[in-house]
Design a protein around this ligand. Structure first.
Ligand SMILES: C[S@@+](CC[C@H](N)C(=O)[O-])C[C@H]1O[C@@H](n2cnc3c(N)ncnc32)[C@H](O)[C@@H]1O
Length: 258
């Protein structure tokens, strides 16, 4: 059963508590939007599960959004459809109702990812598209040296890609999504070449994994990264990333057709 907070948040994060700066730091990135649009393959009716404030909904023509958190629903721009208050694990739609479905940066928060993905498959005739991170790859990022607790949290939360593929069934593909250097959607890897951004507490708050670690871990991270940036140690090891146009890290699109 899915437990919900007063805000209605259904996953492992209470957006009533941490959601206020989300849309400012997590602006949809046009290059990632293009990768999502390609995976949707021209579908007309698209279900967006865990829709939040509506990022990437322009990638589809007609969107039905599902979002359990009241504060996220309230922050959706007026030009977008109102989101339905429901959870992935129990979608209030008929079998095969949509041409396609998508879940973007969301599946790792669900209380039962396999059940949610099976529900997405049930209500969708065509592709189910999931933008997520491969838990086997999340620790390969330089941030692991400064905030291991944060990426250990990420590795624990993201469902294994094989388990997702099994829940979706049918025919699947897994595609790495290159992250552009000036990515506007501020998840941790988006700052691969702009480490100073992660010294901003509000930027960190927009990545939910930081809300799982204690103040001590945040302070250790801040001191270590600040020190290495000041001494030049970070640049000596990772400085090439400052001009690398794109980064292939843990971000993937899992796509499955029946
Ligand atoms: C990191 S946000 C991503 C929002 C949006 N898809 C985006 O790309 O900006 C994750 C969203 O998943 C929603 N969520 C968490 N658990 C859920 C569940 N069980 N079913 C549906 N949505 C859920 C959260 O409320 C939150 O809005």
């Amino acid at each position: 059963m899915t437990t919900r907070t007063r805000d209605g948040s259904a996953g492992d994060v209470d957006y009533g508590a941490i959601g206020s700066g989300y849309s400012g730091y997590r602006r949809p990135d046009p290059r990632i939007a293009q990768a999502i649009a390609e995976a949707l393959h021209g579908a007309r009716t698209v279900l967006n599960v865990g829709a939040g404030t509506g990022s990437y909904e322009s990638a589809a023509r007609s969107v039905t959004a599902v979002e359990p958190s009241e504060s996220m629903r309230a922050r959706r721009p007026a030009r977008l459809a109102r989101a339905v208050d429901a959870v992935a694990e129990d979608l209030p739609f008929a079998d095969g109702e949509f041409d396609a479905a998508m879940a973007l940066f969301s599946v790792h928060q669900w209380s039962d990812a396999a059940a949610g993905l099976r529900e997405m498959r049930r209500v969708t005739r065509g592709p189910v598209v999931v933008l997520t991170c491969d838990p086997k790859l999340v620790r390969d990022f330089w941030l692991y040296e400064y905030a291991p607790e944060v990426l250990d949290t990420e590795a624990r939360r993201y469902p294994a890609i094989e388990d997702m593929a099994a829940a979706l069934g049918g025919t699947g593909t897994i595609t790495s999504v290159p992250i552009p250097l000036d990515c506007t959607d501020g998840f941790n890897e988006a700052y691969y070449g702009r480490p100073e951004m992660l010294l901003d507490p509000a930027a960190r708050q927009a990545c939910s994994a930081w809300s799982f670690v204690d103040d001590g871990a945040r302070e250790r991270f801040d001191k270590a990264l600040r020190g290495d940036l000041a001494s030049g140690a970070w640049d000596e090891r990772f400085g090439g990333l400052r001009t690398q146009p794109a980064y292939e890290g843990a971000l993937v699109i899992v796509r499955a057709t029946p």
